[in-house]
Write a protein that binds this ligand. Structure first.
Ligand SMILES: Nc1ncnc2c1ncn2[C@@H]1O[C@H](COP(=O)(O)OP(=O)(O)OP(=O)(O)O)[C@@H](O)[C@H]1O
Length: 230
């Protein structure tokens, strides 16, 4: 557990140009995420969870401070360098699944590996391995619209993990699922965390994820107010 995946150093994020519109969304946030963690960011709406994830994944730049991902300072990167680095190091899971509707399950999972110029045999091997891991063997040729919400989110988990990223970031992954489906999904991610050592960060309001997370980081008004490892 000693390798640092994310090192967030004194990050502040201010939105708005004028005094009236100014929002101090993150205030001097310091945080380390280590390989193998299963961490949830929690806190009230507007507390800064999404802003922190956006800054950590390079979708937004900090107003001050620095973000290191796998020892590389991402707040200094831009353009293709940043998008290639993000593609190779982070897997994303979104609330609304965000699968590509015109691609089959297999093609959705394979897509990032295609961009990474991984050869076909290796792609086929990894797609089978990960679809099996998420319990979707035999559904390779279906389209997202032919799957339930829970199954679509399992495809998204396989897609996020297939190229072996340093970290998987999941923003409200259970928000559109009923509680049984959500619980099964989180249990499956816990198993994958244990089996493959994949590092996960969640942003959530879901009590199921809060209960199952191994580390709970609470934000309030742009600050980390508690950091509990269970
Ligand atoms: N692009 C933006 N421009 C201006 N203010 C913003 C912007 N994005 C976020 N904010 C503000 O920053 C603060 C933190 O918002 P953020 O979306 O990070 O909260 P959150 O904890 O993720 O909330 P939720 O749980 O509702 O998703 C809020 O006051 C929000 O209004």
């Amino acid at each position: 557990m000693d390798e640092i995946i994310f090192d967030v150093k004194n990050v502040t994020k201010i939105f708005g140009e004028t005094e009236e519109t100014k929002v101090n969304a993150l205030k001097n946030v310091k945080l380390e995420i280590h390989r193998g963690e299963f961490t949830a960011f929690v806190g009230p709406s507007g507390s800064g969870k999404s802003t922190l994830l956006n800054v950590m994944s390079g979708f937004d730049t900090p107003s001050s401070g620095h973000v290191f991902l796998s020892n590389k300072e991402i707040d200094k990167m831009s353009g293709n360098e940043l998008s290639n680095f993000r593609r190779d190091h982070i897997g994303f899971i979104f609330q609304s699944y965000n699968l590509i509707p015109v691609l089959t399950v297999k093609e959705n999972v394979e897509y990032v590996m295609t961009l990474q110029n991984i050869d076909k045999d290796e792609r086929d091997r990894k797609v089978s391995q990960y679809l099996k891991s998420v319990g979707l063997e035999g559904k390779e040729n279906r389209y997202p619209s032919q799957l339930s919400g829970g199954q679509q989110q399992r495809v998204a988990v396989a897609r996020a993990m297939v190229s072996n990223p340093d970290i998987v970031i999941a923003d409200e992954p259970t928000a559109n699922l009923d509680s049984k489906t959500g619980t099964d999904l989180i249990d499956m991610m816990l198993e994958l965390n244990e089996k493959f050592g994949t590092t996960f960060i969640f942003s959530t309001h879901d009590p199921i994820i809060m209960k199952k997370a191994k580390r709970l980081i609470t934000l309030k008004d742009g600050q980390i107010v508690s950091d509990e490892t269970k």
